[in-house]
Design a protein around this ligand. Structure first.
Ligand code: HEM
Length: 495
């Protein structure tokens, strides 16, 4: 008994000490937050929801109400100007729309990328791949190796793959037109872009990648902070599905990389495709296998949904703007006529189609933002900014500010006519500078081939009663899925 009370006494004493320590740590953390507030509160910004959580409750509220969080950022940009502050506990994020700062920061290698989720649900996902690598030297080495697979010369050689995969989509649409089946265009575009990136990544052996709910993955990148904070039991099924998808994508990648490695070791002639370039990003270290997988995953995610969603938004806008549809279709007819195979020179001639695709990304930038860490003191729009913050550059916000684009909600491809004033560091759907999108030309060639074939072959009309809302799952996509009735326009073009 005496022994029991002795131990009980000690345990209570230790518990009190532990609670005291936790309380002191919490107090220190609060003091640190206060210090951060004092340091950055001269920068304008919306009132905080709370001392501790800053603006996080508003952000979480907006996201859980199925609203587009970027609309809140836009509203704040209109109210608080070219630079405003958002707090989340001890972290400060500056939302910047000032073109001069956008130019200075994004165009310079001096400012490293803001921290991303390199681990998704405790599993390595993007890791240190191209999109997420923070160390400049590590990133630069990978980028130099990957560049040849995206050079203009190499991409010209991929026109066959773009045509072939787009034809597969046209066949499916033709079946749907024959059977009067409504087409969910976002789904159809997701299939074609997955098909293209698979074909272009592993040109020789072309195994079918397992169909993955890839679109879930990005939403979890956005959500997982909150999932961890709140541990909603209702998210469990969804989270498990995403975990499985991530593991499946990485294990498929591992298998393909190993097969290609064996082929190289056996002296076989391997194509100079994205997979071969990915192999070159690795050195001898064990961790380099993981780096190859990081890049494999990066290309599949970066190269698929973004383009598919751009195409779906373009169809959504063309479906409700008959004049623009007629004009762009006329251009496609003039350039292609009844020809089936689109060549590289044809793409250059379809300039109005380029303007339509650019305007689509102004209103619906499918990868809406990027961030940079600011390691030194700078001045933004006359406001001194102490070092140590992250600046966020949001192309959704810039694209919809009327100080940059007159009547911003109007879909008007003429904004990108060569005679129109060029947007000055306020239009950057592919980001800008050294860390800009490596797949920009790839994506726009692919989008043009698919769109041109669609316009050449089919009439489409949006099903009535669809909402034109945007779903914000990290990458923006049309909420309705853009469901269309498809009809043949006339004769099928000859090969
Ligand atoms: C409409 C389609 C696309 C859009 C809007 C888009 C947009 C972007 C943006 C905004 C970034 C910068 C991300 C950041 O700073 O965090 C980026 C980076 C990147 N994108 Fe794309 N992208 C598209 C298609 C593609 C495609 C098709 C590929 C590859 C096949 C690709 C590969 C990459 C890579 C590798 C990076 C990282 C570049 C680096 O940091 O060096 N993207 N993209």
């Amino acid at each position: 008994m005496a022994l029991f009370s002795f131990f009980a006494g000690w345990i209570s004493y230790l518990l009190i000490c532990l609670l005291g320590l936790i309380f002191i740590a919490f107090l220190c953390f609060c003091l640190y937050i206060k210090y951060i507030h004092l340091k950055y509160d001269h920068i304008p910004g919306p009132p905080r929801d709370s001392f501790l959580f800053g603006h996080l409750p508003t952000i979480q509220r907006e996201m859980s109400n199925d609203r587009v969080i970027h609309d809140k950022f836009l509203e704040w940009a209109e109210t608080y100007g070219p630079v405003y502050r958002i707090n989340g506990m001890h972290a400060v994020m500056l939302c910047v729309t000032c073109p001069d700062t956008t130019k200075e920061v994004l165009m310079s290698p001096k400012y490293p990328k803001g921290k991303y989720s390199v681990v998704l649900l405790l599993h390595r996902f993007f890791g240190n791949g191209l999109v997420t690598a923070q160390n400049h030297e590590e990133w630069y080495k990978q980028r130099r190796i990957m560049d040849p697979a995206f050079s203009s010369l190499y991409l010209r050689g991929q026109m066959g793959a773009f045509n072939e995969r787009a034809e597969k989509l046209m066949d499916k649409l033709a079946d749907m037109a024959d059977t009067n089946t409504a087409a969910n265009m976002q789904h159809m575009f997701n299939c074609v872009t997955l098909d293209v990136i698979t074909k272009v990544t592993v040109t020789s052996c072309y195994p079918q990648i397992p169909t993955l709910p890839l679109q879930f993955i990005l939403s979890v990148i956005k959500l997982h902070l909150f999932v961890y904070l709140t541990l909603y039991p209702k998210n469990k099924k969804f989270i498990n599905e995403v975990k499985k998808s991530c593991q499946l994508l990485r294990s498929t990648g591992r298998q393909w990389i190993n097969e290609r490695k064996m082929a190289v070791q056996n002296g076989e002639d391997v194509p100079k495709d994205i997979l071969t370039q990915i192999l070159k990003t690795a050195g001898k270290a064990n961790d380099d296998e993981e780096l190859m997988l990081d890049n494999f995953v990066t290309f599949f995610i970066a190269g698929q949904e973004t383009t598919a969603n751009q195409l779906a938004f373009a169809v959504m806008e063309l479906g409700r703007l008959p004049e623009i549809l007629t004009k762009v279709r006329q251009e496609v007819d003039d350039v292609l006529g009844m020809k089936q195979e689109i060549n590289f020179d044809d793409l250059g001639k379809m300039t109005y189609l380029s303007h339509v695709l650019k305007e689509t990304l102004r209103l619906y930038p499918t990868a809406p933002g990027t961030s940079r860490f600011i390691p030194n003191n700078i001045v933004i729009n006359g406001i001194p900014i102490p070092a140590g913050v992250t600046c966020v550059f949001n192309s959704y916000v810039c694209g919809r500010l009327d100080k940059f684009f007159e009547d911003p909600l109007k879909f008007d491809p003429e904004r990108f006519h060569p005679d129109a004033a060029k947007p000055y560091y306020c239009y950057y759907p592919f980001s800008l500078g050294p860390r800009s999108c490596l797949g920009q030309s790839f994506a726009q060639m692919e989008a043009k081939v698919v769109m041109a074939k669609l316009l050449q072959r089919f009439d489409f009309s949006l099903l009535p009663g669809q909402s034109f809302d945007i779903l914000d799952t990290g990458s923006l996509r049309p909420k309705s899925g853009v469901v269309c009735n498809i009809r043949h326009r006339g004769q099928t073009p000859a090969a």
